[in-house]
Write a protein that binds this ligand. Structure first.
Ligand code: FAD
Length: 309
C-alpha cells in the first residue's frame, strides 16, 4: 500500500514524511462506528503503524485487544497495542503479550501507567508485577521479538524530580530494548528540541517521535495540559478566544494551528509524526494532506465513487 502513496513533502525538502495514528478503544457501538470510519479514512495515508491505547489500570484490556485484533484481520495496517504494568501480575501481563503475538501483532507501546490510585498519587507497583516500564520492555522482548515503543516527556513527567531522572528512565527503556520513543503532546516546539538535545547528549539515539495533538476543543486540551504539565502558550489561547460557541471556526483554526506546528517541526528537520487522533479523522487527515501525504489513486477513485453513489 505504502509504495503507491506519494509521501514526499515539498516542505520536507524531498525527505520522506512518515506518520502514525493513535486511537482509543471505543466504549459503545456508536463510538465503534466513529472509530472505524476514522480508521477507514486515514488508512490510505499508509501510516507506519496505528496504535490503540490501554485504559488506566488495564480497564480496557478486552476492548484494546479486540480493536487491535480487528485491525489485524480487516486492514493492512500495522497495529501497535499499548500495554501498562498497572494492577497486574507479570503472569497476567505476559498472557496479554502472548495473546498479541498469537493474533499477529508485532508492536507494543510499553508503559508503566498511571498510579492505581489516580494521577498525583504515588506509584505502587503490583507486588508480583513488572516494577517499571523498563522491566516491562525487557519482559516483552523476552517473550517474542516485538518492536517496542515507549513514552517520552519533553516537559518532563509530572512525577519526575528532574530532567536527568526522566532521561535516565528513557535510557533504561532503550537499554531494555525499546527502539522508538513517542512524546507526550506539546505546543511549544522549542521545548521538544530542548529535550531532543538533552536526550542526544545523554547518548539516547532512538527516534523520539513528536506526539501531535490537533486541538479543536481548547477547554478540554487546557484541562488535559494542566494534568500532564504541558505548557499552553498564550498565543494558543488567543487563537481560540471568543470561539467557545463556534465549533466550525474552531475546527478551521485547529487545522491551521496544527499545520503551523508540524511545518515548523519539518522546517527544523523532523520527518516522523505520531498523531493523537482522539478517534476523529478530519483534522489529522487535513494536516497529513498539507504534509504532502496522499492516498493511492485507486483509493481516491473509490472514495469519489462512494460519494457519487
Ligand atoms: P515511565 O516512562 O516509566 O516513567 C515516567 C516518569 O516517572 C519518569 O520519567 C520518572 O520521572 C518517574 N519514574 C518512573 N520510574 C521511576 C523510578 N524507578 N525512579 C524514579 N522515577 C521514576 N497511559 C495509559 O494508561 N494507557 C496508555 O495507553 C497510555 N499511552 C501513552 C502513550 C504515550 C505516547 C505517552 C507519552 C503516555 C501514555 N500513557 C498511557 C500515560 C502514561 O501511562 C503515564 O504518563 C504514566 O504516569 C507513566 O507511564 P510511563 O510508561 O510513561 O512511565
Amino acid at each position: 500500500m505504502s509504495s503507491d502513496v506519494e509521501r514526499r513533502s515539498r516542505r520536507a525538502g524531498g525527505r520522506p514524511i512518515s506518520v502514525s495514528f493513535e486511537f482509543f478503544p471505543p466504549k459503545t457501538p456508536e463510538m465503534e462506528a466513529t472509530l472505524w470510519s476514522s480508521i477507514t479514512r486515514l488508512a490510505p495515508l499508509a501510516p507506519k503503524f496505528v496504535s490503540v491505547t490501554y485504559g488506566a489500570g488495564g480497564s480496557t484490556r478486552e476492548r484494546t485487544h479486540s480493536t487491535v485484533e480487528r485491525i489485524v484481520k480487516e486492514t493492512r495496517l500495522s497495529p501497535a497495542a499499548h500495554l501498562t504494568c498497572v494492577s497486574a501480575s507479570k503472569g497476567e501481563v505476559d498472557e496479554v503479550v502472548r495473546g498479541y503475538w498469537d493474533a499477529g501483532v508485532r508492536h507494543i507501546v510499553a508503559l508503566r501507567g498511571d498510579p492505581p490510585g489516580g494521577v498525583g498519587q504515588s506509584y505502587e507497583p503490583h507486588s508480583d508485577g513488572y516494577k517499571t516500564s523498563a522491566d516491562l520492555v525487557s519482559g516483552i522482548r523476552r517473550i517474542a521479538n516485538f518492536e517496542v515503543s515507549v513514552s517520552a516527556y519533553p516537559e518532563k513527567h509530572p512525577e519526575s524530580p528532574s530532567f536527568d531522572t526522566d532521561l535516565d528512565i528513557l535510557a533504561a527503556k532503550v537499554e531494555a530494548g525499546a527502539t522508538r520513543a513517542i512524546t507526550q503532546c506539546f505546543f511549544d516546539n522549542d521545548l521538544y528540541f530542548r529535550y531532543l538535545d538533552k536526550a542526544r547528549a545523554r547518548g539516547i539515539e532512538v527516534p523520539i517521535v513528536p506526539g501531535i495533538l490537533p486541538v479543536s476543543n481548547f477547554k478540554q486540551a487546557k484541562n488535559f495540559s494542566e494534568k500532564t504539565g504541558t505548557y499552553m502558550p498564550g498565543w494558543l489561547a488567543a487563537r481560540f478566544e471568543g470561539l467557545d460557541n463556534d465549533p466550525e471556526t474552531r475546527k478551521l483554526i485547529a487545522a491551521a494551528v496544527a499545520a503551523e506546528q508540524v511545518f515548523d517541526l519539518v522546517d527544523r528537520g523532523v520527518t516522523e509524526f505520531h498523531f493523537y487522533t482522539l478517534n476523529r479523522a478530519d483534522l489529522v487527515y487535513a494536516v497529513c494532506h498539507l504534509l504532502g501525504l496522499r492516498p493511492p489513486q485507486e483509493a481516491v477513485a473509490g472514495q469519489n465513487g462512494q460519494a457519487a453513489a
